[in-house]
Design a protein. Structure first.
Length: 317
């Protein structure tokens, strides 16, 4: 089996590459490093079943040889990234998805789209099932990401219905773990890095907004199961255990032993107040649900970031 992963040098893409290699797949990774990090794949430099191509996936993708799967993970995915790269975010969601779908069709390969819980916007239904259509502001600053993914889902389903392409859509909820970038703007990495640096933890609003945090290993297992034996309908993959942002900040402080304080900043525009996946569909179809508790996942992630922060200190010395 041979698969292609776009966004392979990113946080999720690199873990997905590792998982497929562990399952004895041959893997081709594509990334242009706009937000991906070469170091995420550095351990695979001499791997006999992995090959990397530096390419922008919004341009024509030409691959020699057969492919059994195309998994489209290329996209800025944190608020910091897609607010700084709004045009690129829209292009990779539209043109990049179109090119990846075209490649899958040409190779008669299975296609999996990495979508997001952001398609639900600031939801009026809680928890969010796949049948919920969302509450999205298309012209707000977050709309570049939300609408790029909503369009990508529509395009994927159009290829499925019109071209009979075998497709999957995974709606990914908040995920954390090693290989997140220290300054990517996501709440888990923000809190951990701030705590380890002895800086105040930045909580936006009152900290009562909720998120559901899934450890990366659990998420990748769910995605691979969806790829191998799922259906074409969108599928939520995430941890249904819900925490407030304030609770997360307190857990990070406790687990790091940091003496950092918590400071509050104004809530960003269109920041969702709640986020919790209904994973009934994934449980029934895939036999999947997350196994790693928040504290265990945070401990593993903190260990990773301790090394990152230590390197930063050494480089500055």
């Amino acid at each position: 089996m041979r698969v292609l992963v776009t966004g392979a040098a990113g946080f999720l893409g690199s873990h997905l590459v590792d998982k497929f290699l562990a399952l004895d797949y041959d893997v081709l990774g594509i990334d242009n490093h706009i937000t991906g990090t070469p170091a995420n794949l550095g351990h695979l430099d001499s791997h006999p079943r992995f090959r990397f191509v530096n390419q922008d996936v919004t341009r024509y993708i030409e691959i020699e040889g057969p492919l059994d799967g195309v998994l489209h993970f290329a996209s800025p995915a944190s608020p910091v990234d897609y607010l700084e790269l709004p045009i690129q975010t829209l292009k990779v969601g539209a043109l990049g998805t179109h090119k990846a779908l075209g490649l899958a069709m040409a190779k008669r390969a299975k296609f999996l789209l990495a979508s997001t819980s952001e398609v639900y916007g600031d939801p009026l239904v809680h928890p969010q099932p796949e049948s919920y259509w969302g509450n999205v502001n298309p012209v707000g600053p977050r709309g570049v990401y939300d609408e790029a993914k909503r369009f990508a889902e529509a395009l994927t389903m159009a290829y499925h219905r019109f071209h009979h392409l075998d497709t999957r859509i995974v709606r990914i909820f908040n995920t954390y773990g090693p290989r997140m970038r220290p300054n990517d703007g996501r709440v888990v990495s923000n809190f951990i890095v701030q705590a380890l640096r002895g800086e105040p933890l930045t909580v936006y609003g009152e900290g009562t907004q909720t998120r559901s945090f899934c450890y990366v290993d659990d998420l990748i297992e769910g995605i691979v199961r969806l790829f191998e034996r799922g259906s074409s309908e969108p599928t939520n993959i995430g941890n249904p255990k819900e925490f407030t942002v304030q609770q997360l900040a307190e857990r990070v402080l406790a687990l790091t032993g940091s003496k950092s304080t918590i400071v509050r900043r104004p809530l960003p525009i269109d920041d969702p107040q709640v986020r919790q996946p209904d994973i009934t569909h994934a449980r029934r179809m895939l036999g999947w649900e997350p196994q790693v508790s928040l504290d265990d996942g945070l401990r593993r992630t903190i260990e990773y970031f301790r090394a990152v922060v230590a390197r930063e200190v050494a480089e500055q010395a």
